[in-house]
Ligand binder design. Structure first.
Ligand SMILES: NC(=O)c1ccc[n+]([C@@H]2O[C@H](COP(=O)([O-])OP(=O)(O)OC[C@H]3O[C@@H](n4cnc5c(N)ncnc54)[C@H](OP(=O)(O)O)[C@@H]3O)[C@@H](O)[C@H]2O)c1
Length: 219
C-alpha cells in the first residue's frame, strides 16, 4: 500500500501503525528525498517494519491495491492531477481528506461546502476511470496514531459505493490494533463523516484531548 502525503501528520502516523502490523508501506511526497527521509524515520520507530519512500506518483504506482490520500484539502486536486496515469483501474483510493476552513482562510473547526458534496466525491471525480474511492480515517488523531504506546480503542467510519471496495480497506485498517472499521454507507455519506472532524477538533480544543468516535450497538 502507499500513502500520498506520507510525510505529513496523519500519513506518517498511519504508516507507523500499519508498518507495526506487518504491512509494507510506501510513503509518498511531492519530493522523493523527503519521502525517503520519512521512510528512514519510520524504520527507526518500527524496527522490522517494511518502509520505503518515493515521489507521490511513483509511490502510487508501487502500491498493489490501496493508495491512501492524506493531504490538505487545498492540495487534494493538485495532488490527484499530479499523479497522471499512475493510479490503475484495479486500485482503490482511500481518501482521508477533510475540507476544513483553513483551505479558504477559515478555522479548523469549520467545514467547507464542496461542490461535489464531499471531499471524497471530489476525489472520485478526479481519479482515472475505473479507480474507486473509499473514504475513511477522518476521525483518527494523527498524534494518537503516532504515539505507538497509546491504545487507539476507537472506530473509523468508511464510506464507498461498493462493498467489494470497502472490504479490502476494512481488512487493511482492521490490522491496526485497537481500531474497529465501521461501514458507514455510500460515498455520499462521506459528507456527514467528514463533518465529524471539525466537530472533534472543537471538542479537542475545549477538553484539551484527542477525541475519537465509537459507534455503539453493533454486533
Ligand atoms: N492531522 C490529523 O489528525 C487528521 C485527522 C483526520 C483527517 N485529517 C485529514 O487528513 C489530511 C492530511 O492531514 P495532515 O494533518 O496529515 O496534513 P499535513 O501534515 O498538513 O500535510 C500532509 C502532507 O501533504 C503534503 N502537502 C502539504 N501541503 C501541500 C500542498 N500545498 N500541495 C501538495 N501537497 C501538500 C505534504 O507532503 P510533502 O510536502 O512531503 O509533499 C504534507 O506532509 C487532511 O485533509 C486532513 O484534514 C487529518
Amino acid at each position: 500500500m502507499a500513502i500520498l502525503g506520507g510525510t505529513g501528520q496523519l500519513g506518517f502516523g498511519l504508516a507507523l501503525r500499519l508498518g507495526r502490523a506487518g504491512v509494507p508501506v510506501v510513503l509518498g511526497s511531492r519530493d522523493g528525498a523527503r519521502a525517503v527521509e520519512a521512510a528512514v524515520r519510520a524504520s527507526a520507530r518500527v524496527p522490522g517494519g517494511d518502509f520505503s519512500g518515493a515521489e507521490n506518483a511513483e509511490a502510487a504506482s508501487r502500491a498493489d491495491r490501496i493508495v491512501v490520500l492524506s493531504v490538505p484539502y487545498a492540495s487534494q486536486a493538485s495532488t490527484l492531477k499530479g499523479l497522471g496515469e499512475a493510479l490503475r483501474e484495479d486500485q482503490i483510493l482511500l481518501d482521508a481528506t477533510v475540507p476544513l476552513g483553513p483551505a479558504v482562510g477559515g478555522k479548523p473547526t469549520q467545514l467547507i461546502g464542496v461542490w461535489q458534496g464531499s471531499a471524497a466525491q471530489a476525489a472520485q471525480s478526479l481519479v482515472p476511470k475505473g479507480v474507486r474511492v473509499v473514504s475513511g480515517l477522518h476521525t483518527l488523531s494523527a498524534s494518537l496514531l503516532e504515539d505507538l504506546d497509546h491504545d487507539l480503542d476507537q472506530d473509523t467510519l468508511i464510506c464507498g459505493d461498493r462493498k467489494a471496495d470497502k472490504e479490502p480497506v476494512a481488512e487493511l485498517l482492521g490490522r491496526i490494533e485497537g481500531l474497529r472499521v465501521v461501514d458507514a454507507g455510500r460515498l455520499e455519506q462521506s459528507r456527514i463523516v467528514e463533518g465529524l472532524t471539525p466537530l472533534l477538533i472543537g471538542i479537542n480544543i475545549r477538553h484539551k484531548t484527542h477525541a475519537g468516535v465509537r459507534i455503539t450497538g453493533l454486533a
